[in-house]
Structures are given as C-alpha cells and as structure tokens.
Design a protein around this ligand. Sequence first.
Ligand code: IPM
Ligand code: MN
Length: 359
Amino acid sequence: MKSYKITLLPGDGIGPEITNVTHKILDLVSRQFGFEIKFKEMPFGGSAIDSDGIPFPDRTLQECKNSDAVLLAAIGDPKYDELPREKRPETGLLNLRSSLDLFANIRPVKIIPSLTKASSLKEDFVKEVDLVVVRELTSGIYFGEPKGRIKTDKGERAFNTMTYTSEEVNRIAEIAFKLAKQRNQKVCSVDKANVLDVSQLWREETILVSNKYKDIKLTHQYVDNAAMQLVRNPSQFDVILTGNLFGDILSDIAAMLTGSIGMLPSASLTTDGPGVFEPVHGSAPDIAGKDIANPIAMLLSAAMMLKIALNETEAATFLENAINEILNNGYRTSDLMSNQTTKQVGCSQMGELLAEKLK
Ligand code: IPM
Ligand code: MN
C-alpha cells in the first residue's frame, strides 16, 4: 500500500479545530482509495512560542523537510502582538516559507454555485468567477533588505525594501504561464510599473517569459486598478500573477467573492521539495474554541495536497464533490449563512456530515 508522510501544523486560534476535522476526513478518504497517510503533528506559531519559546522550532523544520507535504491550519493571536518581531507567530510563517523556498503561492478562487448568494457582490457579477492568484512568496517587500528602524534627528525612521531580481520574476512567471496553459490561456500580471522601478523590471521580465508562451494572452494591470477590477468585473480574470505584497492584498479581496474567506485554499510550492497547503484565512482568535469555524478552506487545501503533492487525483475530486454536495444540501457554517433555507452547523458537525458522505 502506498504510504505518505504528512506534517500537520495546527497552529493557533481555530487551527486545532479545523485540523481535527481535516485529519479525520483524510483518514477516511485514504482508506477509501487504498493508501495510507502517516500524520505527525508539530508545534508552530503561537503554540510553538508556548512550548518551545520560538514560533518555528528546528524540530518542526526538520519534520517538514522529511515529509511529502505539510498541512498548515492557521497561526497568530493578539496575545503575541507585544513580542519582538523575531518571536512573533507571523515571523515563523515567513521562516517556513523561506526555509522550504516556497516561492509559488497558488490561491484558486472558484465560485461554488450554491454559495453565490453568500457573496457580498451581486450574484450576476460573481457566478462565473474562476480565477487563480499566483503570488510570489519568498521575496519582495516581505523579505527585502535593507529593512529596520533607526533613530534620526527628525525622530525614528522605519523602512522596508521592495526588491525583485529578474530570476525571481522569471520563475514565478513560468508557474503562472504553465498554469494558464491548463486553464483559460490568460495571464494578468499586476504591478505598479507607473511608479516603482521594481515593477518595471517585473513587467519587462513577464513580457520576456510570455514570448515562450505564444498561446497565452498576457495583460498588465496596475495594482490599484486590479483591486477595482476584482470587484467590478471579476470574471475577466483567469490567472493573476503578482508579487508578495500585492498578492497578499488581492487574494483577500478575491476571497470575498466566494462569500467567505473561510472557503479559500492555497498551496505554497517550490521546485523540488515538500509544499505547504493551508487555508488563506487566519486563526480567527475571536471565534476559537466555540466550534463554529468553517473547516472547508482547510479541507479544500487538503484536496489540493492530495492532487498536487500526492498525485491522488481521484481522492481529491471525491473530497471536493462531497463538500459541494453538503453545501448543495443547504448546510452552512455561520460565516456562510444567507437566508432561512440554509441549515446552520458547527465545525465538528460539518465534519460529521462530510464523513457520512465519504463512507
Ligand atoms: C497570508 C497572511 C500572511 C501574509 C501573514 C499571516 C504573515 O496574511 O498568508 O496571506 O501576509 O503572507
Ligand atoms: Mn494575507
């Protein structure tokens, strides 16, 4: 029997609840499809600060490196906000991304027909949305040097650097074009080339890459316009290619098209090595421990993992279909409630409903 090693990082807030559900469901799916998943839970984020004193302990990194894929729930809690930057949960996440060289962050946004009413936009605008944000994840202003804070005679000065090399743009652009080839043949590269030098390089390099992909239509949008277009006419997009900071912002906007950020999965990938699969949403400390969180983004992340990392495509499709069916039957976590015809369920109950479908 095929056997895979998965490192589970439940993290903070609602992380452990949605991880529980996802773990159980993956056990069921793997049994159904005749393979085995060996899970190992490791401390990460705030919970690792509590257990190990730092957000990303070396033992967690080693486990991640030795696994076929990493499944991460969410990290962060206001109680760590006062800590110095290097000790905060978010720094652990950035270290995970750079240690595994996860430069390609893939965030698909596809409308589930039964949820069009849950969107904050009118149904007609969102019903055809099927796009993917390809976000560069290990460079740009998140990692650029120099950065820091210094005292000056005009008070303190704080600074970060937005930087890209042509190689960095090249490798993420390649990912976007390859993806567009399997989809609707369109790449929209988002930058701020009217103002930023770094964006001019970004644009030149994406044009160079596009010369290799004659069938793919490349367009460019400035990031302010792209933000507007995402709420004005989101179905114009197929693959959105962008840098680290712009991708962070645009993917939250795009997430809302689906009605809830609780629906959005993501994959962070490298050329050769384990990827990290995680929901786009955060740890939602305000609703943690109440059993009301929506586990679907993590379940869909698990489906992406089955497909991309383990090549268990049938199992992935089976899981996705089961989720759609539950939603079609009207079951919703509180974040997705739109009218009286839907039935509100909690996090673990959503898991149980799904488990029934998978048996
Ligand atoms: C995300 C998150 C992270 C980011 C934070 C938690 C560091 O918002 O994955 O989108 O900014 O990349
Ligand atoms: Mn974000």
